[in-house]
Each structure stands twice: as C-alpha cells, then as structure tokens.
Design a protein around this ligand. Structure first.
Ligand code: AMP
Ligand code: GLY
Length: 423
C-alpha cells in the first residue's frame, strides 16, 4: 500500500520509520517532511495546512492510508477533508481534535465526567479573570485556551505575575486567538508522565509510558520548549498508577467523547501529573508526542500500520498491543539559543553511523538538504534515540551516540533521564 505522512518533525520521522517496517507498505510519501525523512520516503513540498493540495495529492498518488502527525491540521479539520473524499486517514476529526484544540473544552469534559484534573475556572472576559485572581491561591496556572505550540501555559508565583499573565494572554494576545478564552487552574505538584494510546472510538489501548523534559536547560531550568529529550518507560508509572488511570481516566475519556457525539479515533496523549492525591490529567493531546514518539514507537512490537488501520476500522479490540521489555532514551540535539533565536544552515556531519548499528536511531527534526549536504534548519535539529536493556543502559547509549554527530551551535541537555536514578 501507499502511505502518506503529514508533518515534518522528529515525530513524523519516527512514524515514517515504523511505517517503513510494515510488510504491507510499498511506498511512503511525506508532506512536507525533512532531510532525514527523505531517506525513507518521498517528500513533497505541501504544507500540513494545505488541505486541498494534500487531498489532491493523495488521490493522484493513489494513497491508501494517510497518517496525520501534527496537531494544527487535526484541529483544523484535515481528517474531515480526507474523509469527505472517501480517503482513509488516521487521526481524530475536527469535532474530536478539540480535545487538544481547546483547553476549556477538555477541562469542562473532565468536570462533567468526573475525570481527575486540577480545579479550574474558564474566562472570556479579562476583568473577570483579574477579579478571580484576587482571591485565588498561589502559585496559579494560566492557560490560553487554544493551540500555542505548547507555550500558552504560564505558572505564576505572585499576584503581580498572574495579573501580567492575564494581560499578556487576553489583552496583548501574546498567543494570538488562542487567548480569546483562558483557563485558570490550581497548581499541582508531582511527577509528570506522558501516556500515549491508540483509540478507535470505543476501545483504547495504552502504549508504554514516557517522560519528556520540557525546559531548555539542565535541572529543568530555562524556558519551556517543544521537548529536549524523553525516556520510556517511566519507572514512576507503576502498576498502581496504571490501574488507577485505567479505572478513572483512559476509558472514561473515550466514553465521554463518544457520549458527546465526538467519537475519537487516533492517538490520545494523556499528560498526567502523579500528585499526592493520585494521578490527574494535566492536558490531552490528539496526536503522538514529540519527542515521546521517538522513544515509544521504536519499542513497539506490532506493525504500526496494522494497528492504525484497526483504529480507523473500529476493530482495535482485536489487536494485542505489545512493547519490547527494554528501555529507550532520546536526547534532542538543538541549536544553541533555542527556543528564542538561533542560527541555522550549519552542515551536519556523522549521520552515516546511524543505520549501521542496531538499536540506535537519529530522527531528524529541523534539517534540510543544501547543495547535497544535510544542514541545520530549526531549533530542535535531531533526536538521537538509543535502546538498552534498562533505562541506565539506554541513557548511556543515547549520550554516546549523541557524540557521533556534529554541527555548528550544537546544544543538548546533559541530564535527560537523570530522574530515573531516583526511582
Ligand atoms: P500543558 O501544555 O497543559 O501540558 O502545560 C505545559 C506544562 O505546564 C506541563 O507539562 C506542566 O509542566 C505545567 N503545568 C500545566 N498545568 C499545570 C498545573 N495545573 N500545575 C502544575 N504545572 C502545570
Ligand atoms: N512532548 C510534548 C508534546 O508533544 O506535546
């Protein structure tokens, strides 16, 4: 079969690589892709938001199955556009992708269906939000309602900061239209875990857990980024946590969406906080995490395309989802200065070593081809993933492999997976 993948990051490279392993797949196309994906797929210069062009391309190339990697097109309704033309596509429709697209929607859903999450209020009037802050407990968390590249969340420790935050989000529109509405919620403490799942509208199957490192600098300092590295599984995701989430969170979310007439097909990413009062949902995403996909997919034993087809056809209950009994760590190699400003266009050397050694992967995020060379083309440049028999070995392997490649302004966190020493 012919497969089209929509997106251009490390996550899409990991998806493409899993697709390439499927015996069912003949050809892979990626729109728009990147220099790494181009080694295993034919990349086409169509943007992820150009729905008409994507649909026309899928028809022209007789694409049998399309996988949407990114949140923006999902929230914008790309799945509806494909389905309207009778094309098979993996991902939630617009009315279900709202689970990620609107934090107010997802909070209201959790409240209505008793799914554990932080206490909150929603606002569309900055004056009311400011008045609410006067009596609220600190620290407090402000969230722009819509998509904001993972940056629309402000944790405020003083009343002044919180007032300034409301102004930034709702009046200055720092995150654009995402700030027309906002959620103000209780600050929670605990360890964060990312749990990805496959969903077919009724059935949900949980993938192996992972943990991201969102801050730019070691010791969780510096600005929030798209993610500087991940490990899987999380040793903090215990059997007890799993049992609690199965009882109160996972199926409850899928059933809630179905009850609302918003049947969810695709990947639900549960951002969980393991609090003293038990696991609570921090956020939902309607897609694989990036860089969570880079540590979870390489450990999946199943044929990913087969699992995705089962989701689209409503027969996920037939699938026995299995993961390897090992661990993986992904270290993101970024451009110094990310996430604010950084130089691009430096040649990347040493990539050829990947592909020759089992259990090592180099997923491209911000790379491009230039004059026959591969150059840096973004903040997050590469995701170097290595497996190991346990997390310690995987971490040592990933940091060793991170030294195989070099480029101008290369930057990485040195403490990815360090938390596992406390487990
Ligand atoms: P979100 O995009 O909602 O996942 O938020 C981004 C990050 O902000 C999360 O990964 C947490 O680290 C933090 N965060 C979000 N909501 C809360 C909360 N209620 N309490 C504490 N930290 C939070
Ligand atoms: N790594 C977090 C995300 O993909 O949203």
């Amino acid at each position: 079969m012919n497969v089209l993948i929509v997106g251009s990051g490390g996550r899409e490279h990991a998806i493409a690589q899993s697709a390439a392993k499927s015996p069912k797949v003949d050809r892979i196309y990626c729109a728009p892709g990147n220099a790494g994906i181009a080694q295993i797929a034919e990349c086409v210069p169509i943007g992820a938001m150009e729905f008409e062009k994507l649909v026309a391309f899928a028809k022209e190339k007789e694409i049998d199955f399309t996988v949407i990697g990114m949140d923006d097109p999902l929230v914008g309704g790309v799945v509806d556009a494909f389905e309207a033309e009778g094309l098979k596509v993996f991902g939630p429709r617009k009315n279900a992708a709202i689970l990620e697209g609107s934090k107010a929607f997802s909070k209201d859903l959790m409240k209505k269906y008793n799914i554990p999450t932080a206490a909150y209020e929603t606002f569309d009037d900055p004056a009311k939000a400011l008045a609410y802050l006067e009596t609220a407990k600190l620290p407090i968390v402000l969230k722009a309602d819509g998509l904001a590249l993972g940056k629309g969340v402000l944790i405020c420790h003083t009343l002044e900061e919180a007032r300034a935050g409301v102004k930034e989000i709702m009046e200055d529109k720092k995150f654009g239209a995402a700030g027309n509405h906002m959620v103000i919620e209780e600050f929670m403490t605990g360890r964060e875990v990312s749990v990805l799942s496959f969903v077919d509208g009724k059935t949900i199957k949980i993938m192996s857990s992972a943990q991201d490192h969102k801050r730019a600098k070691d010791g969780d300092q510096g600005l929030n980024t798209g993610g500087m590295g991940t490990f899987s599984p999380s040793p903090f995701y215990t059997k007890e946590v799993d049992a609690f989430c199965k009882e109160h969170i996972y199926q409850a979310t899928v059933d809630a969406m179905a009850s609302e007439g918003r049947s969810f097909v695709g990947v639900i990413f549960f951002g969980l906080m393991l609090t003293e009062d038990g696991p609570k949902v921090l956020e939902y995403n309607a897609r694989f995490g990036d860089p969570e996909a880079q540590v979870v997919l390489p450990r999946m034993k199943n044929d990913m395309i087969e699992v995705m087809e089962a989701c689209v056809e409503g027969r996920l209950s037939e699938i026995d989802l299995q993961f390897e009994d090992n661990a993986a760590v992904c270290v993101v190699l970024a451009s110094e200065g990310y996430p604010i400003s950084y130089e691009k266009g430096f040649e990347i050397e040493g990539l050829e070593r990947f592909g020759t050694e089992e259990g090592y992967y180099c997923f491209h995020a911000g790379t491009a081809q230039k004059d026959g060379k591969i150059v840096t083309n973004g903040g997050r440049v590469l995701g170097v993933t290595a497996k190991g028999k346990d997390l310690k070995e995987a971490r040592a392997n990933a940091y060793q492999a991170a030294e195989w490649v070099s480029f101008g302004n290369k930057y990485m966190r040195r403490d990815i997976g360090k938390a596992i020493d406390e487990a």
